[in-house]
Design a protein around this ligand. Structure first.
Ligand code: NAD
Ligand code: LMR
Length: 337
């Protein structure tokens, strides 16, 4: 049993890095389990949930969990609901928007989600200009450029603090490789680079010993499964949405890494779709690769390492689509000004 002194010490230790985290779209399929996981994160002391429906209910529910954070729900009906939800946040996670139904591509979500992300980005630029912004809403290849353009136009863009969340691609790759290679999925680290949709998702299997040992046919099937893992879930849910629980885990993993970086932890590496120098020579402004996270957000964007000839081909195939997706996001913001 802990003494009162030990309890106070424990509390002081966990309260040492008190971070404010805002979830926009907190009451959806991803938002709710993601908010739960953020409530369980001891680096978070102030958790704000914003949604166009039910934020108060979800916040009240989570607020009964005895962890070291206060949870507050905000809605558009409240005066300044969105700006109060965002005010001075350290991390803003955005899963707001509609998910796919069978037969749709992520790009088919653009017409609805681009406007949602644009409005939320404007509010974040005004009320939380220094926050790390973590974009989950699809199509990520276009929504991240939308946020960057909005922040640029409002004069507060910091490329070190904008992230497209691609963690789900890496965790899927770890799981799928382990199923075939009969290894421990928690020990599989598969680098997945590029973007977050179909052929823009490039798993670098040659860089993993266990994946590389698989047959050529297995590797080809594996690459396809990782690229289209999202479709597998959309099909299985049969009209009821896309990945939510695995995405919540992926989003919480990435948010935790960003918080660890802000807290000064060394050696925090996660893949993310970021404003990247890696392929700017090809006109590609954003690219997913491993990034080192630190006190100011991105400390370093790592190179993607050595590729096999097949992976070089995947990279070449990805570039055109990725560039088009990125340009579409940028043009959308330009068309609104
Ligand atoms: P959902 O429909 O279950 O939830 C979306 C939530 O956003 C709803 O609660 C809705 O009320 C809210 N919302 C809508 N407009 C809003 C606004 N203007 N402000 C605040 N909240 C708003 O959908 P979901 O399954 O949670 O998916 C959300 C998004 O995440 C989709 O675009 C989906 O494609 C995407 N997604 C991305 C990844 C990834 O790897 N990055 C993975 C899975 C899903
Ligand atoms: C995923 O990869 O599961 C998400 O991007 C959702 C989707 O539409 O596939």
């Amino acid at each position: 049993m802990l003494s009162r002194l030990a309890l106070r010490r424990t509390f002081t230790a966990t309260a040492f890095n008190p971070y404010k985290v805002t979830v926009l779209g907190a009451c959806g399929g991803i938002g709710q389990p993601l908010s739960l996981l953020m409530k369980l994160n001891d680096k978070v002391t102030d958790l704000r949930l914003y949604d166009i429906k039910n934020a108060k209910g979800v916040a009240t529910d989570l607020s009964h969990i005895p962890t070291n954070s206060v949870v507050t729900g905000f809605s558009p009906e409240q005066p300044d609901g969105l700006s109060n939800a965002l005010k001075d946040a350290d991390v803003v996670v955005i899963p707001a928007g509609v998910p796919r139904k069978p037969g749709m591509t992520r790009d088919d979500l653009f017409n609805i989600n681009a406007g949602i992300v644009l409005d939320l980005a404007k509010a974040a630029a005004k009320s939380a200009p220094d926050a790390c912004i973590l974009v989950i809403s699809n199509p990520v290849n276009s929504t991240v450029p939308i946020v960057s353009e909005v922040f640029k136009k409002l004069g507060v863009y910091n490329p070190k603090k904008l992230f497209g969340v691609t963690t789900l691609d890496s965790i899927r790759a770890s799981r799928f490789v382990s199923e075939l290679a009969n290894t421990d999925p928690t020990g599989e680290k598969i680098s997945v680079v590029g973007g977050h949709s179909g052929i823009t998702i490039i798993p670098l299997l040659s860089q993993s010993q266990s994946a590389n040992a698989l047959s050529k046919e297995q590797k080809e099937q594996l690459i396809h499964r990782i690229q289209f893992g999202g479709d597998e879930v959309v099909k299985a849910k049969n009209g009821a949405g896309s990945a939510t629980l695995s995405m919540a885990q992926a989003g919480a993993k990435f948010a935790n890494a960003v918080l660890n970086g802000l807290a000064g932890k060394e050696g925090v590496l996660e893949p993310s779709f970021v404003d990247s120098p890696l392929f700017k020579k090809d006109g590609i402004e954003f690219f997913a690769s491993p990034v080192r996270l630190g006190k100011d957000g991105i400390q370093e964007i790592l190179d993607i390492g050595k590729l096999s000839p097949e992976e070089e081909e995947l990279l070449n195939e990805c570039k055109d689509s990725l560039k088009k997706n990125i340009d579409k996001g940028i043009k959308f913001v330009d068309s609104k000004h």
